[in-house]
Ligand binder design. Structure first.
Ligand code: HEM
Length: 243
């Protein structure tokens, strides 16, 4: 009765977002969208390994130009990513508050528990990823950290994303930062992806064993794919043609 009255007063969406279940579902759905982006983004970036074609325009430059040519669609995706990222972080902060409020008096003795370890590293890796994304946008999307690399254009006026990418990762500090950040992204996904299925009620007894392997598999895939790129540039395996 009390719940129904509160729901009537707040409206169903506000009531849902005021509940632990609603916040967890919000985290799961927004997290899933970002997993899709991270995987798609990685596949797009792996084009860095393609050889330079005869026309001298690297495939990653054509890919970046194609994305930019979508104009309104690109901006819709960007705004969607921003909104889902903000909602994910907001729900994480609220859930931490909810969990804390459920036990206003702290445990006298903190025993190591698997659950508390994973929620701590989710929080720590989550905030580290937030700072990485802000740096990453300043680096590659806005050209604030390396303006000379960002300013590189081909004779036909196309943005030289290939040269920007290679010059960025030739700096060992930048390459190592990307490696560390992507280890954290991989660890975050390792735990998160299976728990998305759990939250959405899809981890049924029949498929639990398979679903529990998806998170680690996505984590390993992202770790290998994303860490290989800065390392390949740093080791001179990619981009030797960039002056
Ligand atoms: C080694 C790993 C990564 C590399 C080499 C990389 C590379 C790039 C490049 C080159 C761009 C600019 C594209 C352009 O200007 O056309 C970009 C944009 C972006 N990256 Fe990454 N990225 C990596 C990992 C990540 C991760 C892990 C995330 C998220 C957690 C991420 C989120 C973004 C976002 C949100 C953008 C902006 C997209 C836009 O302009 O709309 N990146 N990345």
């Amino acid at each position: 009765m009390t719940t129904a009255t509160a729901t009537d007063r707040k409206g169903p969406l506000a009531a849902l977002l005021g509940s632990t279940v609603g916040l967890k579902v919000l985290m799961a759905v927004t997290g899933l969208l970002w997993v899709g982006f991270v995987l798609g983004h990685m596949v797009g970036n792996l084009q860095i390994y393609l050889p330079m074609p005869a026309d001298g325009i690297h495939p990653i430059n054509k890919y970046a130009a194609m994305l930019k040519s979508t104009g309104g669609l690109l901006w819709a995706v960007r705004l969607g990513l921003l909104a889902t990222f903000a909602a994910h972080v907001w729900a994480a902060i609220k859930l931490t508050g909810v969990n804390g409020a459920a036990r206003p008096v702290a445990y006298r003795e903190k025993r190591f528990q698997v659950a508390s370890f994973s929620s701590t590293y989710m929080r720590v890796s989550g905030f580290a990823i937030l700072f990485f994304v802000l740096y990453h946008l300043a680096h590659f999307t806005m050209g604030l950290t390396n303006p000379a690399d960002y300013a590189r254009h081909l004779d036909n006026g196309m943005h030289d994303v290939y040269a920007m990418f290679v010059l960025g990762f030739r700096n060992p500090i930048v390459a190592v930062l990307y490696v560390v950040a992507n280890v954290l992204v991989a660890l975050h996904l390792h735990h998160a992806v299976s728990s998305i299925f759990q939250t959405l009620g899809l981890r049924t007894a029949r498929y639990a064993a398979t679903i529990d392997k998806i998170g680690p598999a996505v984590g390993v895939l992202v770790a290998v794919g994303n860490i290989s790129m800065p390392l390949a540039v740093l080791l001179g395996l990619v981009g030797a043609d960039v002056q």
